[in-house]
Design a binder for this molecule. Structure first.
Ligand SMILES: NC(=O)c1ccc[n+]([C@@H]2O[C@H](COP(=O)([O-])OP(=O)(O)OC[C@H]3O[C@@H](n4cnc5c(N)ncnc54)[C@H](OP(=O)(O)O)[C@@H]3O)[C@@H](O)[C@H]2O)c1
Length: 382
C-alpha cells in the first residue's frame, strides 16, 4: 500500500523537492494534502499534477482563485486552514516544510493528531523542541529529521545511546561570506543570498551567510538528540560532503557522507524506517576534491556565538534568538538595516529578555511576539 503524505509548504524549496521525489517514486507515495502561503500559481500546478484531497492557501483572496472544478478537492484558507489540514486530514506522514515560526502550530497539531512528522522546518524545534518531543513521545509519533545535518546525526546515532556520545560535529559549508575580507556593512542582499553549495529558500540562504543557520542547528540538534549545546561543535567544511559526525566516548567517529542535494535526506525521511534504492546520483568518491574541516570564526560571525548562548541557557531564549533573527533578516533583505546589524539586534534583544524556564506553549508564543516587537522597536530607534 502507498504511504500517504501531506506537504506543508509545498511551494517552497524543500516542499518542491519533496514533491519531485514523490513523483519519481510514485509507486510508493500518494499526496493527500498541500499547503502554501501565497504562491497560488504553483499550488494550482501541484493540484493538477497530484490531485490531493485537500489544499490550503494562507492568502484568502488568492485561495478563491484556485480552480478545482471537476475534482473532489477541499480548499481551506488562512493560517487556520493550514493547521486544519495538518490536524484533520487522514495521512501516514506530514512533511513540515514551512519556513520560520509559522510552522510551529501546524507541526504541533499534526503530532497531536498522531501523525508521523518529517521535520524540515528547524525553527519550530528551536523554539519549542521540548513541547514537540513530549507530545511525540506521548502519542508514539516518529519525528524524522530532514535537515541534512540532523539526518546525518540521526543515522550515526542509530543503535547507539546518547550517553555514549562524546561530541557531535555539526558541519557547515560556511556560506557565501566565510572568506569575505571586506566591511560586513557593505554586503548586499544579493551577495548574502548567493550560497556556493546549496540552492535554498531566501531565509535559510541568508541565515547561512550570517551562520545563524548553524546557530539554529546547534539548538535543533540539542533538542532532537537530548544533548547539551556545549557538546556540539561546529566545523567549517566547505565541500559539504560530510553532513555531520558523531564522536563516541571510545574515540570512534561515525559520519554520514552523501551528495550535496536535499533530495537525499528527503528520500530517507519519506522511506523511513526502511532504506530503499533511490534514483539519485551516487557520490563519486574517487573524483572528490580534498575534504577539509576547520573551526569557525566566532568573532566574524557573532550569530553563532549567540546561538550557543541561547541553546546553552535554554528556556525561552532560543525563541528570542529565532524571532529577532527572522525580523532583522527580513529588514536586511529590504535594505532597512546593514548585514552586520543582524547579529547586533539579536544580541540586544537577547540581553533585554528575562528567560522563562520550562515555558508553556503560550509563554513561547508570547515571547516570540515580544521579541519581534522589541526588534522592530530597536531598529526604529537606531
Ligand atoms: N531549502 C533547503 O534546502 C533547506 C534545507 C534544510 C532545512 N530547511 C528548512 O526548511 C524550512 C523551509 O525552507 P525553504 O528553503 O524550503 O523555504 P522557502 O523556499 O521560503 O519555502 C517556504 C514555504 O513555506 C510557505 N510559507 C511561508 N510563510 C508561511 C506562513 N506564514 N504560513 C504558511 N506557509 C508559509 C511558503 O509558501 P509560498 O511559497 O506560497 O510563500 C513555502 O511553501 C526552513 O525552516 C528551512 O530552515 C531548508
Amino acid at each position: 500500500m502507498k504511504k500517504s503524505v501531506i506537504v506543508l509548504g509545498s511551494t517552497g524549496s524543500v516542499g518542491r523537492q519533496v514533491l519531485e521525489v514523490i513523483q519519481k517514486e510514485k509507486n510508493y507515495f500518494n499526496v493527500v494534502g498541500l499547503t502554501a502561503r501565497g504562491n497560488f500559481e504553483l499550488l494550482q500546478k501541484q493540484i493538477d499534477a497530484f490531485l490531493p484531497q485537500a489544499v490550503a492557501l494562507v492568502d484568502k483572496r488568492k485561495a478563491k482563485k484556485l480552480d478545482t472544478a471537476g475534482k473532489r478537492i477541499r480548499i481551506y484558507e488562512g493560517e487556520e486552514g493550514v493547521t486544519e489540514i495538518a490536524r484533520s486530514l487522514p495521512t501516514d506522514m506530514v512533511f513540515s516544510c514551512i519556513v520560520g515560526k509559522a510552522a510551529l502550530i501546524p507541526t504541533l497539531e499534526a503530532i497531536k493528531a498522531g501523525r508521523d512528522v518529517a521535520l524540515a522546518n528547524k525553527e519550530s524545534m528551536v523554539i519549542a523542541g521540548d513541547i514537540l518531543k513530549k507530545e511525540a513521545k506521548k502519542r508514539g509519533v516518529s519525528l524524522i529529521p530532514v535537515d541534512s545535518e540532523e539526518v546525518a546525526i540521526f543515522q550515526c546515532l542509530k543503535d547507539n545511546s546518547i550517553n555514549s556520545v562524546r561530541r557531535i560535529y555539526l558541519t557547515a559549508s560556511g556560506g557565501p561570506l566565510y572568506k569575505w575580507k571586506g566591511d560586513f556593512s557593505e554586503i548586499t542582499p544579493q551577495q548574502a543570498l548567493s550560497h556556493p553549495r546549496w540552492r535554498m529558500g531566501q531565509k535559510i540562504s541568508l541565515d547561512s551567510a550570517t551562520l545563524a543557520n548553524k546557530a539554529l542547528e546547534v539548538i535543533e540538534t540539542s533538542h532532537f538528540f537530548d544533548i547539551e549545546a556545549e557538546k556540539i561543535k561546529v566545523l567549517i567544511h566547505p565541500q559539504a560532503i560530510v553532513h555531520s559526525l558523531v564522536e563516541f566516548v571510545d574515540g570512534s567517529i561515525l559520519g554520514q557522507l552523501g551528495i550535496t542535494d536535499m533530495r537525499l535526506p528527503i528520500h530517507y525521511a519519506l522511506n523511513y524506517p526502511y532504506r530503499r534504492e533511490s534514483y539519485l546520483p551516487f557520490l563519486p568518491l574517487t573524483q572528490l576534491e580534498k575534504i577539509g574541516f576547520e573551526s569557525p570564526d566566532f568573532q566574524k560571525f557573532p550569530a553563532l556565538r549567540l546561538g550557543y548562548e541561547a541553546g546553552g541557557k535554554g528556556g525561552t531564549l532560543p525563541a528570542v534568538f529565532s524571532a529577532a533573527n527572522e525580523v532583522a533578516g527580513e529588514a536586511f533583505l529590504k535594505r532597512a538595516i546593514t548585514f552586520d546589524r543582524i547579529p547586533y539586534f539579536i544580541e540586544e534583544v537577547m540581553k533585554k529578555h528575562k528567560i522563562i524556564y520550562n515555558p508553556s506553549l503560550e509563554e513561547i508564543l508570547n515571547t516570540d511576539e515580544w521579541a519581534r516587537r522589541e526588534t522592530y522597536k530597536l531598529m526604529r530607534d537606531l
